[in-house]
Design a protein around this ligand. Structure first.
Ligand code: KIV
Length: 262
């Protein structure tokens, strides 16, 4: 069964939603065959795969290229493309046009954009034009230059502002909302106040679902990970050991052996 944004929205209160990022056909297919209902082509592509320091430099061309690859690898999961920095901030028209490119050219099923009250007009325009939207508030990495990588919503004033943002994103028509790095009490309060699912990342167990980054969950990279990450596997040393063994066997002449020879 192919997942749609409407089916994901209907999971609220029925079951928790597990989302993982993917960046190409291989990782998309792995996430899809594990039965996760949503694959997010995060702009974390920038710092997890493409070697940038932050998500800011990743371009529309790069995101389209990787989203199209993920879509080719996925059969059932909903494929969400993360709109990169400055592909939607300058104007509603630009946001609509670029979101449309993710649907038409890269075969995404939905897009994700960062922001709350300040994105209401864009979210409404996208939804009215048939493009499902996943919102994203709290720590929004595209605003790293102004907010840093800090937990958001710690004061009651900030918490109220985030609650207003969440309500605004829901009213604008988003089918779900990512809450990144907020205190668990706020994550739970927002989740209870909304009728759309909340997807937490560092927002506690009270959210309706969780999202993690593919390479973090599998322990593939050796970069340090935030506190909210649980490494469900530690593949980095396994991969490094396999590669070192290959090098050693080539150098010693034990690979290829008769078994690998025609
Ligand atoms: O870019 C990304 O991977 C994300 C999620 C982890 C929420 O935005």
């Amino acid at each position: 069964m192919k997942w749609t944004a409407a089916k994901i929205k209907a999971l609220k209160g029925e079951r928790k939603i597990a989302i993982l990022t993917a960046y190409d056909a291989l990782t998309g297919a792995l996430v899809d065959s594990a039965g996760l209902p949503v694959v997010l082509v995060g702009d974390s592509l920038a710092n997890t795969v493409l070697g940038y320091e932050t998500t800011l430099p990743v371009t529309m061309a790069e995101m389209l290229h990787h989203t199209a690859a993920v879509a080719r690898g996925v059969k059932e999961a909903l494929v969400i493309a993360d709109m990169p920095f400055m592909s939607y901030q300058p104007s509603i028209a630009m946001g609509l046009e670029n979101a449309g490119r993710f649907i038409k050219e890269a075969h995404a099923d939905a897009v994700k954009i960062e922001g709350g009250v300040n994105r209401v007009e864009l979210i409404s325009a996208l939804v009215e034009n048939g493009i499902p939207v996943l919102g994203h508030i709290g720590l929004t990495p595209q605003s790293v230059k102004s907010m840093g990588y800090r937990v958001q919503g710690k004061t009651s004033e900030q918490a109220r502002k985030l609650m207003d943002d969440a309500m605004a994103v829901e009213q604008a028509g988003a089918f779900a909302l990512v809450l990144e790095c907020v205190p668990p009490e706020l994550g739970e309060a927002i989740s209870k106040s909304l009728s759309i699912p909340t997807i937490g990342i560092g927002a506690g167990a009270g959210c309706d679902g969780q999202v993690l980054v593919f390479t973090d969950l599998l322990g593939i990279s050796d970069r340090s990970v935030p506190k909210f990450v649980k490494k469900f596997a530690h593949l980095n040393p396994i991969i490094t050991e396999a590669l070192a063994t290959y090098k050693a066997e080539v150098e010693s002449g034990t690979f290829p052996s008769g078994e690998q020879t025609y």
